[in-house]
Design a protein around this ligand. Structure first.
Ligand code: HSE
Length: 365
């Protein structure tokens, strides 16, 4: 009881009175989002210490094909940044550096406080290897933060229960709309409202392609640019066939409605059937094609959900959302529709969601 009181009092202290918290963190996966996170960490390191009394110590990075580095005292961020696109065997020597640890071995090391899971999303093969990374980390009493949609879509109730059981934090803000706080808005900001529907543009790659096609760019060239900008999934079929948006709808259904949806229950269609002529024809008639994802809580408690290319009139707020941007409209009982628009894809934008989860974790501790 006394310990609890002391903990509560400590958390009420502000600014210079607060003690510094150090979170030893490892990254599993080091693609566009991981590199964006590294850049953000370098830029915000001092600010986090000053503003939140939070010292984020990156102690390990593990990749599937580019090796791994681990040092319980902390990696050199500038040196890591210099080799971020290369094999991690090029990271320079430092005292007590361990090379070649497998992800599951690295995350289990006693020094690790937080595991950031960023391996490529898949909804097949039970979302492996991410599912095992997350389950093993939670079982080992590590906090987990992820932008990986697969495990959160497929096993949200289970993972939340596992985290609660172990008394650790599970952060997943980056799984929907990248850095734009779509889930936090539903979980926290709209507290007390009853949300009956979510409708939005949840995939940056397809929105970018559709915007570019309106400008006369070919589908293939627009997709290549989306990949170069780090919007697209490792397998862009997930984007263009609507699986990515459907996965995000599943996560929204869990978080917003507390309902489990299966991928097969979503009426899903991608944008690959849309011709340049169809895109131009909509424009000529004052409309735009958008890949609209929608989930509605029915009076009987079921959730109906769809992902479909839809012609929207320019008067619809979603029509003005262009490029890699995303948007979501929550239909609420107390304040009507609330629409949030923001960056939905890309390494740096998604890295912000990880940072916001880390700050929430530090406040939660
Ligand atoms: N491939 C995804 C998109 C990345 O294009 O929206 C963010 O989840």
């Amino acid at each position: 009881m006394q310990a609890l009181l002391a903990h509560t009092l400590e958390n009420r202290l502000t600014g210079s009175e607060m003690t510094m918290k150090t979170l030893n963190t490892v990254l599993l996966g080091f693609g566009a989002v991981g590199r964006g996170f590294l850049a953000l960490l370098q830029a915000r390191h001092a600010y986090l210490q000053e503003r939140y009394k939070l010292r984020l110590n990156l102690i390990g990075v593990a990749t599937a094909r580019r090796g791994s580095v681990f040092c319980s005292e902390g990696l050199n961020l500038a040196a890591l940044s210099a080799v971020a696109d290369r094999h991690l065997s090029e990271y320079p020597e430092q005292p007590r550096l361990i090379r070649g640890l497998e992800p599951l071995t690295m995350l289990s090391r006693p020094a690790v406080d937080v595991v950031i899971e960023l391996t490529p999303t898949t909804y097949e093969n039970n979302a492996e290897p991410a599912m095992s990374h997350i389950r093993t980390a939670l079982a080992a009493g590590k906090h987990v933060i992820t932008a990986n949609k697969g495990p959160i879509a497929l096993a949200y109730p289970d993972l939340v229960a596992q985290a609660e059981h172990r008394g650790v934090f599970l952060g997943y803000e980056g799984t929907v709309m990248g850095g734009t706080p779509a889930l936090r808005m539903a979980r926290k900001t709209l507290a007390g409202c009853h949300i009956s529907e979510v409708r939005g543009i949840l995939n940056g790659t397809t929105n970018f392609i559709l915007t570019e096609m309106e400008r006369g760019t070919s589908y293939a060239e627009a997709l290549r640019t989306a990949q170069a900008r780090g919007y697209a999934e490792a397998d862009p079929t997930n984007d263009v066939e609507g699986f990515d948006a459907a996965g995000k709808l599943i996560i929204l259904a869990h978080v917003v409605f507390g309902k489990a949806l299966r991928m097969t229950e979503i009426d899903r269609r991608g944008i690959t059937g849309l011709t340049p002529e169809a895109v131009q024809a909509a424009q000529a008639q004052g409309e735009r094609w958008k890949l609209i994802a929608q989930a509605t809580l029915q009076p009987d408690g079921r959730v109906s959900a769809s992902v479909r290319p839809t012609r929207v009139p320019l008067s619809d707020p979603l029509a003005s959302v262009s490029g890699g941007m995303n948007a979501i409209t929550y239909q609420t009982d107390l304040i009507g529709n609330v629409t949030l628009i923001g960056a939905g894809a890309g390494g740096e934008a998604t890295a912000y969601a990880l940072l916001s989860d880390l700050i929430e974790l530090a406040e939660w501790l």
